[in-house]
Write a protein that binds this ligand. Structure first.
Ligand code: HEM
Ligand code: EMZ
Length: 385
């Protein structure tokens, strides 16, 4: 398979059954595979909840064993969910400011220029992780130098080479965030930590535990998703060299191109919910207190919604993809992620004429009988001027 190809792992099950089953730590998941039902279930927060008592259970693989802190607003249901979103939404829209995007531009130009000087670049570690971590300093509004520490943690904060759920690694992040919260209490600044510590939700000051919950989500949720999106986009341009010239010629296509790449790659495969009562999805019985998942990756290849779903059509006009989720919990980091990707495409097309793939190792998620390529463990390329 070409490095730039990302097959649809769910086609048969989506067409025949509409659902697929997988086990995960003896807590099975019924994956909802069709676009229409994914959107419908995402709306039904009363029947399919994100909150619930068991923190970490909606993530697949479940993080129940490695996390006690509730991620906010991700593991909170309406109506409380809205109170948190009202505080967080304006902050997470800052990437639209000119000053913010010009700083992202500087970060991206520096990484591309450095990559052009090298004969071989390992994109995951030397390009995408650096870009993700450096850009995150802007989102948190803290000094740029802090990124070096996060880069040293590697691509995922809960997963390591040996384990999908690495408690020791998770503790590094939790301890770090605890320390940063205490520092922000001692010496307030303009950072996200300080802003949240001074915020009130429904008339009450946010607690340290709530602030920690937002920060864990910002570090974890915004990490491998962005790294996959950036790495896979570079694999796409390596496999489709003309696309860089097309975007250079027609920069007005870039916004559509970003949406299409994000649809095709679906950097976050799925997210779970817990059924609160006996119910049905696509005529399949779902028992109370069992898990379903909203399978964004499958919905994004639904042939009833997308023409030629397995092709990247950079100027696809109608593109109701659900890569950033749908409804209540739609991605809070989407503005930041989109700015990174738009500026990345603009600068790549201006500065790079072709990218040669030298070597690649795919990252395959094993989901029961389904094996889904979600990104790369490593991707070695050469960038050419
Ligand atoms: C929610 C995908 C980047 C923070 C979500 C959801 C998806 C998603 C599918 C919905 C989860 C659900 O319904 O349960 C992505 C993708 C990204 C990306 C594909 C990159 C290409 C980021 C970044 C951040 C972030 C950069 C922040 C640093 C969040 C938060 C939520 C969320 C806080 C929960 C929102 C809520 O519960 O109201 N993301 N994400 N994401 N994402 Fe992202
Ligand atoms: C959770 C999730 C958030 C989870 C919106 O997605 O991303 C995953 O990578 C993390 O492991 O804890 O933050």
């Amino acid at each position: 398979m070409k490095a730039s190809e990302f097959p649809d792992a769910f086609k048969d099950a989506r067409q025949k059954e509409g659902v697929g089953k997988m086990n995960d730590q003896d807590d099975p998941v019924t994956m909802v595979l069709r676009h229409k039902e994914v959107r419908k279930c995402a709306h039904q927060w009363q029947a399919f909840q994100s909150g619930g008592d068991e923190v970490g259970r909606i993530v697949i693989p479940s993080e129940v064993k490695i996390r006690d802190t509730r991620q906010i607003p991700f593991e909170v249901d309406p109506p409380q969910h809205k109170s948190f979103r009202d505080i967080l939404d304006p902050w997470f829209k800052r990437p639209l400011n000119e000053e913010y995007s010009s700083k992202i531009t500087t970060i991206i130009e520096e990484i591309i220029d450095e990559s052009l000087k090298s004969n071989e670049v390992e994109v995951v570690a030397d390009f995408a992780l650096k870009l993700q971590s450096r850009a995150l300093t802007l989102l948190l509004n803290i000094p740029y130098s802090e990124a070096n520490l996060w880069i040293s943690w590697g691509t995922h904060v809960f997963r390591s080479d040996d384990s999908d759920l690495d408690a020791d690694k998770a503790n590094i992040l939790y301890d770090y965030i605890d320390k940063q919260i205490d520092l922000a209490i001692e010496t307030p600044s303009e950072s996200l930590y300080s802003v949240l510590l001074n915020s009130e939700v429904d008339g009450e000051k946010m607690t340290k535990e709530e602030v920690k919950g937002v920060l864990i989500l910002t570090f974890a949720g915004g990490r491998d998703t962005v790294i996959n999106a950036v790495t896979n986009s570079i694999a796409y341009f390596a496999g489709n060299p003309k696309a860089l010239a097309v975007l250079k010629e027609k920069p007005e296509m870039i916004n559509n191109a970003v949406e299409e790449l994000v649809r095709y790659f679906s950097p976050l495969t799925q997210m779970g919910r817990v059924a609160t009562k006996d119910t049905h999805v696509c005529e399949h019985a779902i028992k109370a207190d069992t898990r379903i998942s909203l399978n964004w990756a499958s919905a994004n290849r639904d042939e009833n919604v997308f023409e030629t779903p397995n092709e990247v059509v950079l100027d696809r006009k109608v593109n109701p993809h659900v890569s950033f989720g749908f409804g209540t919990h739609n991605c809070l980091g989407a503005t930041h992620a989109r700015q990174i990707l738009r500026i990345l495409l603009a600068k790549l097309s201006q500065k790079v004429t072709s990218i040669a793939t030298l070597d690649s190792k795919e990252n395959i998620e094993n989901l029961g009988e389904f094996n889904r390529k979600v990104g790369f463990d490593s991707l070695n390329v050469q960038f050419k001027k």
